[in-house]
Design a protein around this ligand. Structure first.
Ligand code: SF4
Length: 482
């Protein structure tokens, strides 16, 4: 996507199994994990769609910590030592003993702890923290979803019939944040498909931003004079049901092969007006460090390219991807900026915070792009909680997007007035840094258009009449030039 929309790059046929889940351009060892059957007794960690840590504790399944760290020699003693090294902190966040000693940064939120104990008792911390393991064990089929969630009819029908524009996949980590019993939970709505995706309404299009008409080379969108969108792959670890690039994401047509990327680099070498490259599309961080290193290094060889940005949802859906090694690689290429994608405060876990902190500590500024979605984040209080949490994670809320009219998205779209209402509820009522710019990406390639509640309400002689956040009118001396 251009930076306005998340969408983009991915590659997998719609219903491939977990054994095919290594992203193209990544590499890694295959490890085997079986989702525990018969351990799917459901608790109620949420009440009315809200997380309740209290209920989590009350309903916690008997711990099976012995299996969480595989002893090197299989001795029970080693298992006990590993289990005793896991200490809950005051907030129920699990930290390992080494972390308390300041040598290890590993953290885990309460929902994920409980989820792992129920559904992945055989996964070690090393497995769970391995982003390639997460990618290979994504939940994609009806049977896999049914082991974990109580599916609504709308969810079951679409998962059994298929036929959606966008494939379905959720990382085990992100799945651990979903409410197993409530199909109306915000995060669940954004990643579990429903039959409402089959409803097409007037004004919708598969390519609402007209990107395909601005693509001089496959995998490159050149819509603005000085900046381009580079799509290295169409693979995402988790597919967002409102993705602007549903038409291409996950279809396996955009592969990160050298020949295609070299054609892009050659175009950019000639296009001397281009100074800014956004690498996005699917999720570029699904590439291996080595592949990403090569792509960014190749861009850095082009003298007129000054600014490189990466668009990713990894810190929210697969924070395990943000490894120290990745950060070390990225910092070679500064200035690198990153647009991260957060929707809801429940995505702001300790794991996600840690991922953002690693990137920021590597000198990469983070700006969040949030899509306004009906029934997900279309309330002032939810958005306020999100932007506050983002600031605490040192992420600047950057854009709030009106949901693009992609095919089958009417159940996600709010009236434009809702976005204005949210901005009005933030501006003046919270820190200025916390207030994103509300934009519409104009259909047909018109670019981003910022929207705001009118603050200039008129003129009285040499005075400009202004309205403040409380709705009060003020005069500002602004003589008309003669
Ligand atoms: S992370 Fe989500 S919004 Fe972004 S390209 Fe992938 S599916 Fe689309």
């Amino acid at each position: 996507m251009d930076e306005s929309s998340f969408g983009g790059e991915s590659s997998e046929p719609p219903s491939v199994g977990p054994e095919h889940d290594d992203p193209p351009g990544s590499s890694g060892n295959v490890s085997v994990l079986t989702v525990a059957e018969g351990t799917a007794a459901k608790s109620k960690p949420y009440q009315n769609g809200k997380l309740s840590v209290l209920n989590l504790v009350r309903n916690a399944a008997p711990p099976t910590t012995a299996s969480r760290q595989k002893p090197a020699n299989g001795h029970a003693v080693a298992e006990k030592v590993a289990a005793s090294n896991r200490l809950p902190d005051r907030n129920g966040v699990r930290l390992d003993a080494a972390h308390h000693a300041g040598t290890s940064p590993r953290k885990e939120n309460p929902l994920t702890i409980q989820f792992r104990e129920r559904f992945y008792p055989d996964a070690t911390d090393e497995d769970w923290d391995d982003w390639r393991w997460q990618s290979r064990h994504r939940i994609k089929t009806l049977e896999q979803f049914e082991r974990i969630l109580e599916l609504s009819n709308e969810e079951r029908d679409v998962l059994s019939d298929g036929g959606t524009l966008l494939p379905t996949a959720v990382t085990p980590y992100y799945m651990s944040l979903l409410d197993p019993e409530n199909p109306l939970q915000a995060l669940r709505k954004t990643v579990v498909p429903t039959t409402r995706e089959f409803v097409r309404t007037p004004g919708e299009a598969d390519d609402p931003l007209g990107e395909d008409g601005h693509s001089p080379v496959p995998g490159l969108v050149h819509r603005y004079p000085d900046r381009v969108l580079l799509l290295p792959l169409d693979f995402c670890s988790t597919y967002c049901r409102y993705c602007t690039r549903s038409r291409v994401v996950g279809h396996g047509e955009i592969q990160p092969n050298v020949e295609r990327l070299e054609a892009i680099f050659h175009y950019l070498e000639e296009a001397t007006q281009v100074r800014d490259v956004l690498i996005s599309g699917g999720d570029p961080l699904a590439l291996s460090d080595e592949k990403l290193d090569w792509i960014i290094g190749r861009l850095r060889q082009i003298p007129h390219i000054e600014f490189i940005r990466i668009g990713t949802k990894m810190p929210a859906v697969l924070p395990q991807r943000i490894t120290p090694e990745l950060c070390t690689m990225l910092r070679k290429y500064h200035p690198i900026w990153m647009s991260v994608h957060y929707l809801h405060p429940e995505e702001c876990t300790v794991e996600s915070k840690q991922a953002c902190e690693r990137l920021i500590d590597a000198g990469i500024p983070l700006g969040s792009q949030t899509v306004l979605l009906k029934g997900v984040n279309d309330e002032v209080e939810i958005m306020k909680e999100l932007v506050h949490k983002l600031l605490l994670m040192r992420v600047r809320p950057y854009y709030l997007y009106q949901c693009d009219p992609i095919s089958g998205s009417s159940h996600f779209r709010t009236p434009v007035s809702k976005g204005l209402e949210i901005i009005q509820g933030l501006r003046g009522f919270t820190t200025g840094y916390a207030v994103p710019t509300f934009v519409i990406d104009a259909p047909g390639g018109g670019g981003k258009i910022p929207l705001q509640v009118d603050s200039v309400i008129g003129r009285d002689g040499d005075d400009l009449l202004l309205r403040n956040f409380e709705g009060k009118t003020f005069r500002y001396p602004d003589p008309i030039a003669t």
